[in-house]
Write a protein that binds this ligand. Structure first.
Ligand code: HEC
Ligand code: HEC
Length: 205
């Protein structure tokens, strides 16, 4: 190789390292059609924002979808389970790495904010949720509790309902899901979840 050829090869290698091409990363290929190219989610498809989750949480949920920890008779759960069920484990691992490279997005992409009462939600959040999900809802990996920031109200309420209805957190291996299931009995009235969602939406801004 001539010097200029070597230089060109080197430059190509550097640009490949520093700027992974969006088009060929595992996230863009297998996930972005639903979770959006930015990772911020798509409420009309029921697909949540992924950019604020830790890799430990992402990996565990992906394992859960593939190993039957979630009830796939729920329509959105079924969509997600079939999207990732047939992928190789290393493709999933690459997708998680790619998600961690995406900029955090707290944008809650719904036209209308949650209808709840954010003041009442603040009290409920502090009393029932903050000990695990963190005082500012940023999550706590040591307790397995994810960030709730950037999740739209409908998604948050649906997942809460999945825990209280036994659609999530029932599997013998799903240790953290079970913890949330036990806790999910504390707010029985769905309007209280709307209040908490309204407060979390405020924290997300
Ligand atoms: C066909 C649409 C679709 C595709 C493709 C898809 N997802 Fe999903 N994903 C969803 C939906 C819908 C949900 C919500 C599931 C539910 O409500 O139970 C979801 C949920 C998730 C969750 C759970 C988040 C949480 O809050 O617990 C993770 C993690 C996730 N997806 C990651 C991925 C990754 C990584 C890929 C690509 C490898 C991917 N998804 C591909 C639609 C999709
Ligand atoms: C005892 C600790 C604990 C408390 C208290 C707690 N959670 Fe959780 N929560 C968890 C854990 C652990 C998970 C992760 C479960 C899993 O891995 O599937 C979770 C998951 C969730 C999820 C699913 C998020 C997603 O992206 O799918 C929602 C929504 C949620 N919690 C809402 C709440 C709300 C609202 C409160 C207060 C009313 C609350 N939690 C109180 C431990 C807790």
């Amino acid at each position: 190789m001539t010097l200029s050829q070597k230089l060109a090869t080197l430059l190509l290698a550097i640009s490949a390292l520093s700027a992974p091409s969006l088009a060929d990363d595992a996230y863009q290929t297998h996930c972005a059609s639903c979770h959006d190219a930015t990772g911020a989610g798509n409420p009309s498809l029921g697909a949540p924002n992924l950019t604020l989750f830790s890799s430990a949480y992402l990996q565990r949920q992906l394992r859960g979808f593939r190993e039957g920890w979630r009830d796939t008779t729920a329509p959105y759960t079924q969509t997600m389970s079939s999207a990732v069920g047939a992928l190789d484990a290393d493709v999933i691992a690459e997708a998680v790495l790619a998600i961690n490279r995406l900029p955090d997005s707290r944008k809650i992409s719904v036209a209308k904010p949650a209808a709840g009462n954010a003041d009442r939600g603040a009290d409920l959040y502090t009393a029932y949720c903050g000990a695990c999900h963190g005082t500012t809802a940023g999550g706590n990996d040591a307790l397995g509790a994810p960030s709730l920031l950037g999740l739209n109200g409908r998604y948050l309420a649906r997942q809460y309902g999945h825990f209280s209805d036994g659609r999530r957190g029932f599997h013998a291996d799903d240790r953290y899901g079970k913890q949330m299931t036990r806790l999910s009995r504390s707010l029985k009235d769905p309007s209280l979840i709307d209040d908490v969602s309204a407060y979390v939406a405020q924290l997300s801004q």
